[in-house]
Ligand binder design. Structure first.
Ligand SMILES: [Zn+2]
Length: 85
């Protein structure tokens, strides 16, 4: 099956997958180095559309309290909105 002409949904999924991969490698780099300590508790997660099973967005999940939040501005400040952590 040729995929020379991806649908908008497929193109969007491709962008989301790339963003997810970038976050994963960023996290690895930061946690191994002297980066922001809070990254140690953040896991990038891929949100899928339950209807199409296509990846639709990337979020960060806190491994301490299970709060999920936007990956666009990962910082301890962004996460401080969670009262549980
Ligand atoms: Zn937390």
């Amino acid at each position: 099956m040729s995929n020379a002409n991806p649908s908008p949904a497929e193109a969007a999924e491709d962008a989301v997958n790339k963003r997810y991969a970038r976050l994963l490698s960023l996290r690895t780099k930061v946690v191994d180095g002297k980066g922001a300590w809070y990254w140690a508790h953040f896991d990038p997660i891929l949100i899928r559309n339950p209807d199409t099973n296509l990846a639709k967005s990337v979020k960060l999940k806190c491994s301490l309290c299970d709060a999920a939040f936007s990956a666009s501005n990962p910082s301890r400040t962004a996460h401080a909105i969670s009262p549980r952590c």
